[in-house]
Design a protein around this ligand. Sequence first.
Ligand code: PLP
Length: 380
Amino acid sequence: MSSEDLPTLTHGQGSRVHGTDGREWIDLVTGYGAVFLGHSHPQVTQALQWQAGRLIACGRYPTARFDAVEALLATVLPAGLRLGGFASSGMEAAEFAMRVAATHTGRSEFAGFGRSMHGKSAMTASLCWANAPVKPAGLHTLPFVDAQEEPAILEALERLLRARPIAALFIEPVQGTNGAHRASPAFYAEAIRLCHAHASLCVMDEILTGLYRTGPAFTSSTLAVSPDMLLFAKNMGNGFPVSAMALAPHVQVAAQALPGSTFAGNPLALTAVEATLTAMASLRMGALVQELERVARDQLGRLQERGIQLRGQGALWCLELDQRIDLPRALAGIRDAGILVTCNAHTLRLLPAATLDPAEWADACNRIADACLAARVLKA
Ligand SMILES: Cc1ncc(COP(=O)(O)O)c(C=O)c1O
């Protein structure tokens, strides 16, 4: 959807958002995946209103909110990982991870996989994106599974780890901004093992996937080897800007890593996290997401082999349209069907809230499929 076509929004409730023109939309953008329990969630809204009347920002002074959130996170983090600190955006957490890895290893070079998303700061954008505007030295981009086979990528990783003083390898387990490409669990486990064999750290960026987006609380908890650092953000605050880092026992945050920033861990952000995690604990998150996955496969599977590739997992789905589909026409059809989606190059991304009613999700998937098929370019 080009910016000219974007509706101006006024408010949202659950998975529906409303425009100034009175139109209602099914929201499959959900604030780029941040609003995982739906807009204006009553528990989160009420908690934020209460906290906003008491204390919003207080620098590094501790508050009761911090202890509550730390205790809640301890129940969902992968075994052995502990909370390492808060930030306000995904990029800020990724930058923080770079500083921690650099001080821990005494090295200052980093590796990542092509077209993974870790943020838009000069360092995080340059790690994986060829078109980043700034090119800091010491960043190495390896091919990912959309470009090469797993064994060849692992060989390239090992060569790099031997040749360069890599402080950390960054992994985005499902490339949410690049067509939902993902490698096998064995690949990730081997990549982490290689890092450890070469005294490098592995940072798992679950800023999008963390807290049930793909089904399990974290992809990292399903792997045979644990990463050294885990980043998570979007699902944690149900739309409120907040991010966090978890650390393995052997990784410490040294003062030289410059932890904290003006808004990091502010009581309002932590209130959003506490309310969101409490609400999640009362829901069967895994089951909700599994049902969304079943519906997506049922309703969108029919598009495969018809000019459209379906990739994804849980509540993260991408449709890659080839030249047989007229993209502007498909987008117009989806918009006319009252559905908001994001589109990056030729890929549509669907990020439903976990709380979206499965029947409404099925209906939205069906309408999207119909709009794509109606936009097929027929050969003369
Ligand atoms: C996996 C991942 N990492 C990092 C980021 C950057 O987060 P932010 O936009 O909050 O800086 C994103 C954003 O989409 C992301 O999906």
